[in-house]
Every structure is written in C-alpha cells, then in structure tokens.
Design a protein around this ligand. Structure first.
Ligand code: FES
Length: 491
C-alpha cells in the first residue's frame, strides 16, 4: 500500500517548492486524499527519487542529490537530547505497530488452523476449502517482501531529523531543523509570528501546545504561571520540537495593523559600495531587541552625528523579516537626504548607533496561491527584494517573476542576486531593462510581461516612481487584470 504524506512533506522529499505541488494539485496532475499525497503518485511525477545500491544512510542521502545529504548532515540534525527524544517517540510508535502486527499474525494463523480443521471435518464442503485457500494466499501476499518505497524511507528519516509544526487556527506549517527554536523556524518559514525579545523575557511568543512535546533550548526569565503550564503554554523562543509532529495554537499577524510600533537602537554592521552612487547599509539590532516587521515595509532611520547634527530618513527594509536582527537598506546618493549625505561623506561608519523607528506601510504580500510578478524601478528594488525573500521563505507560490527597470547610471546594482535566485530556483525568472526614460522603460516592461504573463492569473507588485507604477497599472488593467491583484508603492 502506498505511503501517504502531507503536501508540505512531499515538497521536502522531492525538493520542489510547496507552491509548485499545490499548483499541480489544482491542475489535477497530483491527487490529494484527505489533504495527503501518496508517495506512489509522487514518484510517478518525480521518478528521479530512486534508491541507490549502497548502504542505508548513503542510499537515502544520495536519492535526490548531494544537497539532500548535506542538509541532513549539516543543518537538520538537532541536539543529542532532542534527537534521542524523537527517536524514543518514534521507537514507541514502532513498538506499538510491531505488537499489533504480532497479534494480528497470531490471530490469522490460529484462524487458519481452525479453518484447516473444518476442511478436514467437512471434506465435501467447498466453502471451507475456498476459505482456506483465500487465507493461505492472503497470508503469503502479506508476508511477501515488496520493493522499498524510497519516499517512505526518506519520510521516516526526516521525521527524526526535522519536526513538522502545524499552527492552529491558520493551518500554516513549518519545519524545525537543527538547533533552531520554534520561533526562529517559524520566522524562517515566513510566518507572521507574535514575539518581542527573542530571549525569554517578554512572554510575547507564548503559544499553547495542543499535541505532542516541546524541549527547552535555553533558560528563560518570563514567569509562566502554573495554570498556563498546566494548559500547555510555552515560549517559542526558548523551545524546540521534541516530537516529529507538533501542533501549536497561536495568533499570527493578519497585516500591518497587527505589527506594533518599535524603537530600536541598532549598530551599523557594514557599509558596502554596490555601485558608485549606491550603498548597502547593514544594521544589526541587539540580540534582545529585534525588529518585527512585514516584508515590503519601511522604517525611519535616525543618526545623531557628533559634529553634523541629526540625520533622519525613511527607507524600505531590503531584507526578509525572517532575519530580524540584520536589516538591510539601499542608500542612493541624494543631496536632499540627510542620512544619505552622512553615508556618502563617510561620517556614518561601522559601529555607529542608528535609531530604527517603525515599521510603516502596507505594501506587503497578501495571502494567496497565484504566481507572483514583481516590477521595480531603480531603488524600488529594496521592498521588492524583501517581498521576494519572504515569498521564497513561504515556499507557497507556484512561480515568481521579476522585472527591474534601471534608469540610473548605477544600473541593476544587485544583478548577481537575481542570477543566484534564477540558478537556485526552478520557479524564478527575471528580466532586466535599462532605459533613462521612465515611461519608455515601463512600456518595455509591459511588453515583456505581455509576452508570457498577461493571460496567467497572477498577483502584481509594482514599486518605483509614480509614472512607472501608473503606466504599468494602466496597462495591466487594460489587459483585464483585476484591481485587487495589483499592489503599488510609489517611491
Ligand atoms: S519573544 Fe520574548 S519571551 Fe519569547
């Protein structure tokens, strides 16, 4: 009988984005039974997942490619304590299954003996003879060794290496790998979790464990009451999953309105020249005070220069909320921007304190399963980059397309990143357009989109100067894209 796995696990097993499998389910290529996928159907679609001819672990790690083996060895292994807890719980399950099987076997053998007696006692009764034959053949079939279902083997192995967490009431799922806490794992998976300090003192990441076990990963000061403990409450930032499947109850942010305003003093960790007039500013927050924000949002940055007064400006965060301590910003040379002046004059240096206030803005991903199309003009790439990284973390979209217009002489200052995404992901494609005229450039992007996207049902995210986003918006609307599927951010 074919083994059944969730779509989430199926994507892990065959190494594709969950959104790709979900799209195949919608197209009828892959069948779902009670939200589960059969490994047999999965192997038909992804026949490369075949067993090699060597030892057990090696066989499993070689199935997909080196990446799978590397992941298992380097990233997925949890601490020894957690590993032994998961192995213990899996051994208990295995023991129960063995006991049941043994009893069933004894029952069938005793029934077979009883039938034999009936056959001997009633040699002319064909019904007893037929029943005996059925029992003998059935038992032989059960005892015959089938070929190994490789995806089932991989699933069992992943059950020990990584835990699968299901969130109620949203139904979101995420994996806990290696030594990661529940909070880190949930954020890496792109979930909009509720949290504050990240180190066990504020209590904001409190969730209720509905089923299975968690294991403590670090000391915490926040005092959970005896009642809360009895009800199964725990802190996500200080615990990991001790069992292979864990169900948690928690509230997730629905949108920008659920993200609190914060003020954090961060340090400049690096300032890198991306192009003559573009710098990458990397800020690092204290371990105990991270920025909670949604991809696509902006913050206000303030720097009090000892000799040149205060500088302040608003910038979109160019990094993923899943890395809430390391915040990236693209800064362009601009005489009207006091912070940019500090950056380009060399006044703002590594180690300097920068006050981060926010977040603000509603240019964020909406939940859905449509392919995503992003269009950016110049530094409009900053929030688009954050959105793309968030979408990649969510792993739930069938495909991502990026169109980037460069009007400035600095061009596409992160071409390598676009190339890396494209090389690493089957479902990502990009097109770079260069033109000093915003309308001509936007029209070129429209043409490129028209070539292969307008007849597909996509969600569009546009960011750049008003003329850029309006030109694209009007063309998309003319092509019949519903207004609700176009989100714009003027810069
Ligand atoms: S985030 Fe503050 S206690 Fe977990």
């Amino acid at each position: 009988m074919s083994h059944q796995v969730s779509v989430w696990r199926a994507a892990q097993l065959v190494g594709v984005a969950r959104g790709v499998l979900q799209q195949q389910v919608r197209e009828g290529v892959l069948e779902l039974n009670d939200s589960m996928v059969s490994t047999e159907a999965l192997l038909r679609l992804y026949p490369k997942a075949q067993l090699e001819e060597s030892g057990m672990l090696e066989r499993v790690v070689q199935i997909r490619d080196e990446a799978f083996g590397k992941r298992v060895r380097e990233r997925m292994l949890p601490s020894q304590e957690v590993l032994s807890q998961r192995l213990f719980s899996q051994s208990q399950d295995l023991g129960n299954v063995r006991r049941h099987l043994q009893r069933y076997h004894e029952l069938v053998v005793s029934l077979q003996k009883a039938i034999r007696q009936q056959v001997i006692g009633h040699p002319h009764d064909t019904a007893w003879t037929a029943l005996e034959q059925q029992a003998t053949q059935g038992l032989a079939k059960v005892l015959a060794t089938d070929s190994v279902d490789i995806l089932e083997v991989m699933d069992d192995m992943l059950n020990v290496m990584t835990a699968q967490v299901t969130v109620h009431p949203s139904g979101h799922q995420f994996a806990v790998e290696g030594h990661s806490s529940l909070l880190q794992s949930g954020l890496h998976a792109g979930l909009r979790l509720n949290y504050g300090c990240g180190n066990g003192s504020c209590g904001m990441c409190k969730v209720r464990v509905i089923s299975d076990e968690v294991a403590k990963t670090q000391h915490y000061d926040y005092p959970l009451s005896e009642t809360e403990k009895a009800q199964g409450y725990t802190l996500m930032c200080c615990h990991t999953a001790a069992s292979s499947d864990l169900t948690l109850e928690m509230l997730e942010a629905m949108g920008p309105q659920d993200i609190p305003q914060q003020e954090i003093v961060a340090k400049v960790r690096a300032l890198t020249e991306l192009a003559p007039n573009t710098r990458l500013l990397q800020l690092q927050t204290p371990r105990t005070h991270r920025l909670r924000f949604l991809a696509g949002q902006s913050v206000s940055l303030g720097y009090a220069s000892p000799d040149q007064g205060d500088a302040q400006a608003s910038y979109p965060v160019a990094s993923c909320p899943c890395d809430d301590r390391n915040l990236l910003f693209f800064v362009a040379r601009d005489g009207t921007d006091s912070l940019a002046q500090q950056v380009f004059s060399g006044n703002l240096r590594c180690g300097a304190a920068v006050t981060v206030r926010g977040p603000s803005g509603s240019f964020v991903l909406s939940e859905g399963h449509r392919p995503l199309v992003f269009a950016a003009c110049d530094l409009g790439f900053a929030p688009i980059k954050s959105l793309i990284e968030h979408a990649l973390a969510l792993d739930a979209v069938p495909s991502i397309s990026l169109f980037w217009l460069a009007m400035r002489a600095d061009g596409h200052f992160q071409t390598n990143l676009c190339r890396a995404w494209s090389e690493a992901l089957d479902n990502f494609e990009y097109e770079l357009v260069t033109d000093p005229d915003v309308v001509i450039g936007a029209k070129q992007i429209v043409q490129a989109m028209r070539a292969d996207l307008f007849d597909i049902d996509c969600d569009f995210y546009l960011c750049g100067p008003a003329m850029f986003v309006n030109t694209l918006h009007d063309d998309l609307r003319t092509a019949g894209v519903p207004a609700a599927q176009i989100l714009m951010q003027e810069q």
